[in-house]
Design a protein around this ligand. Structure first.
Ligand SMILES: Cc1ncc(C[n+]2csc(CCOP(=O)(O)OP(=O)(O)O)c2C)c(N)n1
Ligand SMILES: [Mg+2]
Length: 631
């Protein structure tokens, strides 16, 4: 069959399915795009011909478009994806940040940027970078380090192999992330004889590699000796669909579970073994248990510095760490004993060997008392009654109270993710969606759109700060155009208040973090800016409800639920009302010399705090039935 490269590509995408546990469905749910000369005649023409076989979604910003694809794929447990097509040059490089979000979060997205002419017929094409040292380089090369697979299709004959490798990476739970196929604009439209076997239905099996049995036995033996074991559940628990077996495991054994940002939802908040969030944005209860843990089992976590409280969260000098992860790269972190395996299969194997064992009652009693105390603190934080402006924790409480178990909260950057990590009460494995690997301002609305596309039967609550909203609100228009409903809670506090608080703690006095006019002395500390983001949202076509109190917020949330279209609820909060302390730490280095008292003071505190930092280099091995080392 003679097809253009773009037509062959689009047809190929419509023919890919994935299968896991015997369930099979199409992998690509659609293709988002913004057209320019670099893709309109190639991929654009092919999408036009394919009609609804690969539904096209018009995005408003290429970075946002990738966020939407990430939100969609994450909500689909990485079993479905959206392709993204752009023009050459700025359209393509706009995707770099989105690609980094996908790759850091290990979420599959297929990026199809246009590229410079392969034939170089009329160099330089509009928006060509022109590296004087090599015409082989194009702006798209900056997508290489943020892609798990990158290829450029200089000739049509290269397409089949590139497509197979793209699918291999996208559907491999250990390898996945952004995949980029850069498509020179002349090659996209070039016709070639497509091999018959390329365009047949293809089913990609999503693997569940089992753990090595002797390692599971070693871990079981080690657990039986443990007095204070702790499970740290990461995103892998959720993507693997391991939440049911995790619950069965902790029901049987009483090992408590603390959660990372991506792993939040692994266990219902009110489960007796749930400690909630761990680390720098964690609960004091989880951090307290972690401090004295003697055995830590990380499952599906990449151990970000927020989770480890910058290598300070575990303080026992004899703590053993075991990492169950499908990604080998993550399994040796913290010098842990590696168990390369699917989370669900590994937990099943472990449960089989430990169903007769339970942690000491005293330990269970201790952490359950801590969890109950924390739940009271959450209740208080939800109901501060702060005047005249409410605290952010009260906004979170009101939103949480208005949700049902299956609704989803979406967030990414600012002070909301930390507060949500601590305070949100997750009741469903997919109910909490905070992008915190790249913590990318602007992900919120765009990512929320992808979440809703993946789960149209759930209400999606996007919680977004004024900074993030201002940076990227474009996909509200896409949501409206597509009739996809979001409930956006816009928290206005006149600037980058999370960074303001951080700034203060490192002796930088909130410098450059407030939305203010330039003042009399040349600093940005003048009057508040008259920016009206509610009007902005209205101008984009959203229904907007302005509220001035928590009581009004509650009413607005009821109204927004009843509506069929997207609503933005705008509320002002007091940035100086902090959520309860995590009693934990985050390593942000302070200037070692300065002329400011505030900085010198911060340095003192920093140097003192750094003493909690450990190196986590002590080896843990599980070979030989758990006799990890000679005593
Ligand atoms: C794209 C991007 N730029 C910069 C940052 C650094 N940063 C993290 S939070 C933040 C401020 C966010 O402001 P806002 O959304 O208003 O939330 P608030 O801090 O006020 O809660 C900044 C600048 C980031 N995470 N992402
Ligand atoms: Mg703000």
């Amino acid at each position: 069959m003679r097809l253009t490269v773009a037509q062959a590509l689009v047809r190929f995408l419509t023919l890919q399915s994935v299968e896991r546990d015997g369930e099979r469905h199409r992998f690509f749910a659609g293709c988002s795009g913004i057209f320019g000369h670099g893709n309109v005649a190639g991929v654009g023409q092919a999408l036009l011909e394919s009609g609804d076989d690969l539904r096209y979604h018009l995005a408003r910003n290429e970075q946002a478009m990738v966020h939407t694809a990430v939100g969609f794929a994450r909500m689909s447990d990485r079993l479905r994806a959206i392709a993204c097509t752009t023009s050459v040059g700025p359209g393509a490089t706009n995707m770099v940040t989105g690609a980094a979000v996908a790759t850091t979060n290990r979420i599959p997205v297929l990026l199809l940027p246009g590229d410079v002419f392969a034939t170089r017929r009329a160099n330089p094409v509009l928006q060509e970078l022109e590296d004087p040292a090599s015409l082989d380089v194009s702006a798209n090369d900056c997508l290489r380090p943020v892609s798990r697979y990158f290829d450029r299709i200089w000739r049509p004959e290269q397409l089949p192999q590139a497509l197979l490798h793209a699918m291999r990476v996208l559907t491999d739970p250990a390898e996945t992330g952004a995949v980029t196929l850069a498509l020179p604009e002349d090659v996209q439209t070039e016709a070639f004889d497509v091999p018959d076997d390329l365009l047949v239905e293809r089913v990609w099996h999503i693997r569940r590699p089992p753990p090595e049995i002797q390692l599971v036995e070693g871990l079981a033996t080690r657990l039986r000796r443990s007095k204070r074991p702790l499970i740290v559940a990461g995103g892998g628990v959720i993507y693997s669909g391991a939440t049911d077996v995790l619950r069965a495991f902790v029901d049987a054994t009483g090992v408590p579970v603390a959660e990372t940002q991506a792993g939040k939802g692994s266990l219902r908040f009110d489960h007796p073994a749930s400690l909630g969030a761990l680390g720098a944005t964690g609960t004091p209860t989880a951090n307290d248990v972690a401090r004295s843990a003697d055995l830590v089992i990380g499952i599906g976590t990449r151990w970000s510095d927020f989770t480890t409280a910058s290598y300070s969260v575990f303080q026992s000098p004899d703590v053993d760490v075991v990492n169950i992860n499908i990604t080998p790269f993550d399994t040796t972190k913290l010098a842990g004993a590696p168990i390369v395996a699917d989370a669900r299969v590994a937990l099943e194997a472990l449960l089989e060997r430990l169903s007769d064992w339970h942690v000491d009652d005293a330990y269970a009693h201790e952490y359950q008392t801590g969890a109950a105390r924390w739940n009271e603190m959450v209740e208080q934080a939800y109901n501060l009654g702060h005047e005249p402006l409410p605290g952010q924790s009260e906004v979170i409480g009101a939103v949480e109270a208005s949700t049902t178990d299956r609704d989803v909260v979406v967030c990414a950057a600012g002070s909301l993710p930390g507060d949500l990590h601590k305070l949100w009460r997750t009741r469903d494995p997919k109910g909490y969606h905070v992008e915190y690997a790249y913590s990318c301002m602007g992900y919120e609305i765009a990512g929320g759109l992808g979440v809703k596309m993946a789960a149209p039967d759930r209400e999606v609550y996007v919680m977004v700060g004024d900074g993030s909203y201002l940076m990227m609100n474009s996909e509200l228009v896409t949501a409206l155009a597509e009739g996809i409903k979001l409930i956006v809670v816009l928290v206005v506090n006149d600037g980058f208040q999370s960074i303001g608080a951080l700034s203060e703690s490192v002796g930088v006095e909130r410098f450059g973090t407030q939305y203010r006019f330039r003042g009399a002395f040349g600093q940005l500390d003048g009057d508040r800016l008259p920016v009206d983001l509610a009007l902005n949202a209205e101008s984009l076509g959203a229904s907007v409800i302005r509220v001035d109190s928590i009581a009004q917020l509650r009413d607005a949330l009821v109204m927004a639920r009843k509506r069929t279209n997207s609503t933005v609820i705008r509320i002002h909060t007091d940035p100086l009302v902090a959520a309860p302390d995590s009693l934990s730490w985050w390593d942000v280095p302070v200037a070692e010399v300065s002329t400011r008292v505030s900085t010198a003071k911060a340095l003192d505190t920093y140097e003192n705090d750094r003493r909690q930092q450990r190196d986590y280099l002590r080896p843990t091995t599980l070979a030989e039935g758990g006799q990890d080392r000679p005593s």
